[in-house]
Design a protein around this ligand. Structure first.
Ligand SMILES: C[S@@+](CC[C@H](N)C(=O)[O-])C[C@H]1O[C@@H](n2cnc3c(N)ncnc32)[C@H](O)[C@@H]1O
Length: 257
């Protein structure tokens, strides 16, 4: 049973934003599919029994991609009740991950485009690694601090504040993973999007409920200045860069959970 009124917090996705998110989150969908394919090719045949979770799974893009690649069902854990309602056919659990994990000794923790929304991403990742049972697997995709270089450059040139969400540093995430787990795959995926204007990009973030706790609002004049300074593609679109850490790791068999 999903209780109403649970959509409170930094990443606020209510009913309208949930539908918009599912429509617009093309990058997130393609990253989820890529992560699931990597899993199939590297660790797919070595999954121990036990709880399997898609953390911050929203409408279940990653859980569905995993199922299509032969993985037994994942439970989708998310604080947004509106998104969980759209996770058709999947087992869901409304839960605030800032409180920790909802189960002990999971066999599989998968998470795509969610860790950076938690109040302490590195600490949460540490907890996730620690909680895994021996042989348990971690699949992670998370945007990192090398993202949005054009936006940062434009903000500096236009002398307007940077209003993006602070993103974790890839090297810090990698260190947390390597300390506790065996890394089977770890690389930085680079993606570039074009948006007709800075405003169009910000509206997309807002429609999807993804403006985040750190995003102060810019006034119309500041926004125009930012837009003018933003590097553009030949067709005139502003460039938005994403740097996404893709990691697959396993808890050593002899490890104590
Ligand atoms: C960008 S969406 C990604 C959703 C999904 N993983 C995907 O790839 O489409 C971020 C998700 O993290 C969830 N989220 C943010 N903070 C959370 C928290 N503290 N506890 C649980 N879920 C959280 C949001 O509700 C949202 O569904």
């Amino acid at each position: 049973m999903i209780a109403p009124g649970a959509d409170v917090g930094r990443c606020v996705i209510g009913p309208a934003a949930a539908a918009a998110y599912v429509r617009e989150a093309k990058l997130q969908r393609s990253v989820a599919q890529r992560l699931a394919t990597l899993w199939r090719c590297t660790m797919g045949n070595r999954l121990p029994p036990g709880p399997r979770l898609d953390l911050g799974g929203g409408a279940g893009a990653l859980a569905m991609a995993m199922a299509r690649r032969g993985c037994p069902p994942l439970e989708v854990v998310d604080r947004s009740v509106s998104l969980l309602r759209l996770a058709t056919g999947l087992q869901v659990r409304p839960w605030d991950l800032d409180r920790g994990l909802p189960v002990a000794e999971p066999a599989l923790l998968a998470s795509s485009f969610a860790l950076h929304w938690l109040s302490q991403p590195l600490e949460s990742l540490q907890q996730w690694c620690r909680a895994l049972r021996p042989g348990g697997q971690l699949l992670l995709a998370v945007p990192t601090s090398g993202s949005f270089t054009s936006w940062r450059q434009a903000a500096q040139q236009a002398a307007v504040p940077w209003t993006g969400l602070p993103l974790p540093v890839a090297q810090h995430l990698r260190e947390v993973l390597a300390t506790q787990l065996q890394l089977h795959h770890c690389h930085l995926l680079q993606r570039r999007q074009g948006w007709p204007s800075a405003l169009a990009f910000f509206q997309h973030l807002k429609r999807s409920g993804l403006t985040g706790g750190a995003s102060g609002r810019l006034g119309a004049t500041e926004l125009r200045r930012l837009d003018r300074c933003w590097p553009r593609r030949s067709q005139g679109h502003v460039i938005v860069e994403w740097e996404v850490l893709m990691a697959l790791a396993r808890k050593p068999r002899g490890a104590v959970p």
